[in-house]
Design a protein around this ligand. Structure first.
Ligand SMILES: [Zn+2]
Length: 301
């Protein structure tokens, strides 16, 4: 028998909690749903006694209660997620890993905060996004992060705030190094007329760099192991390689860096018009469209 309050709002909440606890107890991996009928289907034939926060009950009894009093589906769903996440947490994932993953998730979007409340307040304005923690575990997203945050102790909240602030500071430093790299690559590229840009830059320790760089039209993405000086040297070598890729004007024989001919020049020195044409290239069964270059000279009249 359930001990329920006479107050309507307290009753409503209690029934939702009982339903979520029952479902979680009977079905280990029950998913949130917005259909009350689905929940009634799951519970109506369950006669097993389950102890809940409001007393011992069964699916049969609760189904009757739902049909008489309705069900706060939002509360049920919130609780289902909460219990599921608590259960998963107990299964192997350590608390400090969780705090670390949450810090990664939050530092991608939030700005530095003075208090935990100020940090968490920013979550409301976050766009929909999913974060896959490095080294496995389950994804973090807009739905389960608030539920996880609810499970944190005061000590863990303090730790989270500190970690997020550290990560954001680190990100600022990375941004500056990334800007340095971009300036350097453009200095090297300028000799050949090749534009360079650094789209993404990450550091792991002192000798591991994650980069997404464009040298002309060519994207280079991946991890580099070595010093920052070695990274700069490796990329400037790529620029020189790119500069060796040249096209030849069929009219005057001038050789022009392909990137420059394709992106910057409109005419060759001899007056030939440079045009970008789309060509289809067949590879096996697949046809790719490829940009290519054509030199055209109008007949003099
Ligand atoms: Zn020419």
């Amino acid at each position: 028998m359930l001990q329920l309050s006479k107050s309507l709002t307290k009753r409503k909440k209690a029934i939702a909690i009982v339903v979520a606890q029952l479902l979680s107890n009977i079905y280990q991996d029950v998913e949130p749903t917005h259909e009350m009928n689905r929940i009634i289907d799951l519970l109506k034939d369950e006669s097993k006694s389950v102890t809940t926060a409001y007393g011992t009950t069964s699916g049969e009894e609760v189904t009757k209660l739902i049909s008489e009093e309705g069900l706060d589906m939002d509360e049920v769903n919130r609780r289902i997620l909460l219990y599921r996440n608590r259960r998963r947490l107990k299964k192997g994932r350590t608390r400090s890993q969780l705090v670390g993953d949450l810090a990664n998730y939050l530092s991608d979007y939030c700005s530095q905060a003075k208090t935990y409340e100020e940090l968490v307040d920013q979550i409301k304005h976050m766009p929909k996004m999913t974060h896959k923690p490095l080294g496995g575990g389950f994804d973090l997203d807009n739905e389960n992060v608030p539920v996880f945050l609810e499970t944190l102790t005061d000590e863990e909240r303090k730790k989270l705030l500190q970690k997020v602030n550290e990560k954001i500071a680190q990100g600022g430093k990375e941004f500056e190094i990334g800007e340095d790299l971009e300036r350097y690559l453009n200095e090297v590229g300028m000799k050949y007329g090749i534009d360079c840009s650094v789209d993404d830059f990450e550091t792991m320790g002192k000798s591991y760099f994650g980069i997404k760089v464009f040298i002309g039209d060519r994207g280079i993405i991946g991890w580099f192991h070595g010093t920052f000086e070695e990274l700069k040297a490796a990329l400037s070598k790529e620029i020189e390689l790119e500069a060796q890729d040249k096209v030849k004007c069929p009219y005057c024989g001038r050789k022009i860096v392909r990137y420059v001919a394709m992106n910057i020049l409109k005419n060759c020195d001899c007056g030939a018009k440079i045009e970008i044409v789309r060509e289809s290239v067949r590879k096996g069964n697949v046809t790719h469209m490829k940009r290519n270059i054509a030199f055209l000279k109008l007949k003099e009249t």
